[in-house]
Design a protein around this ligand. Structure first.
Ligand SMILES: CC(C)(COP(=O)(O)OP(=O)(O)OC[C@H]1O[C@@H](n2cnc3c(N)ncnc32)[C@H](O)[C@@H]1OP(=O)(O)O)[C@@H](O)C(=O)NCCC(=O)NCCS
Length: 165
């Protein structure tokens, strides 16, 4: 039975800010819980060190998710996007991805790319909802429990997106 909206706890406002080194343990805890083959804490620190766009989304001051992307030669690459399991399904993943796309567009990027496992239905649905289209497949790209899994390569043209909005 669905809970009447007026009985649900109101969610504290979500905010997005730059990730800093002190956030890495909290971010890594979410990462480890979310993926079978998570990034290490060192990878997050490296992303910060090389100047990738690293953002955390907080709800009531607690980190509820994060996004990491690189930019260069007119292209932005979404490298990681994750929302803590308890906070999923509330529009936060969409909000973080919209934020990254807006950052990329503001920095003059024309295209956004990302890879996703074909088995990751939630992420694929989110990316398609925001207009990403599959442009290819990388064979055996990901580690998987039974060997390797392919990656779908998705692209969104930011210019077209801006013109539409
Ligand atoms: C993918 C992920 C970031 C989505 O975050 P989320 O906050 O739950 O997503 P949102 O609530 O913003 O949903 C936005 C849209 O995504 C799609 N979506 C999200 N979860 C879905 C699910 N479980 N099944 C189907 N579609 C889903 C829907 O289209 C949804 O739009 P709608 O609410 O209007 O139907 C989240 O599931 C996650 O962190 N997963 C683990 C890490 C991961 O796999 N990251 C992606 C790596 S490529």
């Amino acid at each position: 039975m669905a809970i009447a909206p007026e009985l649900l706890e109101p969610m504290p406002p979500a905010q997005i800010r730059a990730m800093c080194a002190a956030d890495v343990p909290e971010v890594f805890a979410i990462e480890r819980a979310a993926y079978s083959f998570p990034w290490s804490a060192g990878i997050f620190r490296d992303c910060l060190r090389v100047g990738y766009v690293c953002r955390v989304l907080t709800v009531g001051g607690q980190i509820a998710g994060y996004g990491v992307m690189s930019m260069g030669a007119g292209e932005m690459h979404v490298l990681n996007l994750c929302i803590a399991e308890a906070q999923r399904g509330r529009g936060l993943g969409r909000r973080m991805l919209e934020h990254l796309l807006a950052q990329g567009a503001a920095a003059g990027m024309t295209d956004a790319f990302l890879e996703v496992r074909p088995s990751n239905c939630a992420a694929l649905a989110l990316y398609r909802a925001l207009g990403f289209e599959q442009i290819g497949m990388r064979r055996g790209y990901y580690q998987a429990v039974n060997g390797r899994e392919d990656a779908c390569v998705l692209k969104l043209t930011l210019r077209a997106r801006r013109a539409e909005s």
